[in-house]
Write a protein that binds this ligand. Structure first.
Ligand SMILES: [Zn+2]
Length: 219
């Protein structure tokens, strides 16, 4: 319950930080207005600036809390599933990028925007996930149809698990769902009972039961 409460507060922190920057702009113009007026209201101005700076620092602290919050959620999930390893990086500052490796089956790039998952790309375990300059390649798709399909399903899963007030639950639900792909090539279809259909294994996983289905066998 403590988690849920702090999430609400942290989400607000972002919009507060933005308002703070807007406030800074108008406060700067206030400073000039005050200077134009002369120094007769010097004390009020100083008081206001002090209060503003304190307020702004509070907001910055909140943003830092959010970064730490994502770190905590991810490291908890990382410990929860031994067959899943998660590397977190922040190449562009605040937005986290995850490289999830699932057994020796697949790799998943997860791009976060603040506390939320923005997009995801699934590739084969042996496929390259980096660009030429060594950064995570968040744009190119897998060369294999099977992982292209899983990418499409993962994108659908992100929409399905959306829960704006509880980003940690969303990340955990998505990772739990994703983890079921550790048996991508070992689980038969729960409808037709076969492993392959049109040369592909069951690439769909039910959002609730995590059961495997061929794309064409799901309802
Ligand atoms: Zn089937």
């Amino acid at each position: 319950m403590a988690d849920v409460l702090s999430v609400g507060v942290n989400l607000e922190a972002f919009s507060q930080a933005i308002s703070a920057i807007q406030a800074l702009r108008s406060s700067v113009s206030r400073v000039f207005d005050c200077l134009k007026d002369g120094m007769r209201n010097k004390e009020t101005l100083e008081g206001r600036e002090k209060a503003f700076i304190a307020h702004f620092q509070d907001n910055l602290h909140s943003v830092n809390r959010d970064l730490k919050y994502v770190d905590d959620v991810i490291s908890r999930i990382d410990r929860m599933f031994p067959e899943m390893s998660i590397q977190l990086s922040r190449p562009n500052g605040t937005s986290a990028m995850l490289l999830v490796t699932l057994g020796k089956v697949l790799k998943v790039i997860v791009v976060m925007r603040s506390l939320f998952i923005d997009r995801t790309i699934v590739k084969g375990y042996h496929e390259n996930v980096y660009t030429e300059d060594g950064k995570l390649d968040i744009w190119s798709r897998s060369n294999y149809q099977v992982f292209q399909k899983v990418t499409d399903h993962a994108t659908t899963a992100l929409l399905h698990y959306q829960l704006p007030q509880m980003p940690d639950v969303v990340v955990r639900s998505f990772m739990t769902w994703l983890r079921s792909y550790v048996k991508l090539f070992q689980a038969p279809c729960q409808r037709c009972g076969k492993f392959l259909q049109d040369g592909l294994p069951p690439t769909w996983r039910d959002f609730r039961t995590l059961e495997a289905f061929h794309d064409t066998c799901r309802q």
